[in-house]
Design a protein around this ligand. Structure first.
Ligand SMILES: [Zn+2]
Length: 144
C-alpha cells in the first residue's frame, strides 16, 4: 500500500467509526427519553439516575470522539491531515494508524499530558500561551 491508499484506508475507518458513534448517540438519546417517561417510580429512581449519569458520560465521550473524527476528516479534505497542531511536524504513521484522529505528535501529546497532570496537582490552570492557538477554527459548514 502506498501512502495515498493508507490514507484512504484510514478515512474509511474514520467514516465507519463516525457512523457507529452517530447511531450510538441517537440510540442513547432514545434511551434517555424512555427513562424520563418511566421516572415516576420512587424505588427505581436511584437506579434510573445512576443509569442516566452513566449514559450522559458515555454520550459526552462519544460526542468528543465524534468531533475529533470530524476534524480529522476535514483535515484530510484540506490536505493537512497528520500534522501536529502544536509543533506542525508530521505525526508518525504508526500513531495515526493506532489513533486516526490524533491531533498531536507523541512528543507534544506527552507534554500536554504532563501539563494537565501539573495543573491537577497545583489545583489551578497554568497559562501556556502557545496552547490551542496553532489550530485554525473550523465552521460546521466545512464538515459536509
Ligand atoms: Zn508536536
Amino acid at each position: 500500500m502506498n501512502r495515498a491508499q493508507q490514507l484512504e484506508q484510514l478515512k474509511q475507518d474514520l467514516l465507519s467509526r463516525r457512523e457507529a458513534l452517530t447511531q450510538a448517540l441517537a440510540g442513547d438519546l432514545t434511551m434517555l427519553q424512555e427513562m424520563r417517561r418511566g421516572a415516576g417510580d420512587v424505588v427505581d429512581f436511584a437506579a434510573d439516575s445512576a443509569a442516566e449519569v452513566l449514559s450522559t458520560q458515555l454520550a459526552q465521550s462519544a460526542s468528543r470522539e465524534l468531533s475529533n473524527i470530524e476534524l480529522a476528516l476535514l483535515k484530510m479534505k484540506k490536505n493537512c491531515y497528520g500534522q501536529c497542531e502544536e509543533c506542525s511536524q508530521n505525526i508518525a504513521w504508526p500513531r495515526l494508524e493506532a489513533l486516526p484522529y490524533a491531533a498531536h505528535c507523541i512528543q507534544c501529546q506527552r507534554m500536554l499530558e504532563e501539563l494537565e497532570e501539573e495543573e491537577r496537582s497545583y489545583g489551578r490552570p497554568i497559562s501556556f500561551p502557545n496552547l490551542g492557538t496553532g489550530s485554525p477554527s473550523f465552521r460546521d459548514s466545512d464538515l459536509v
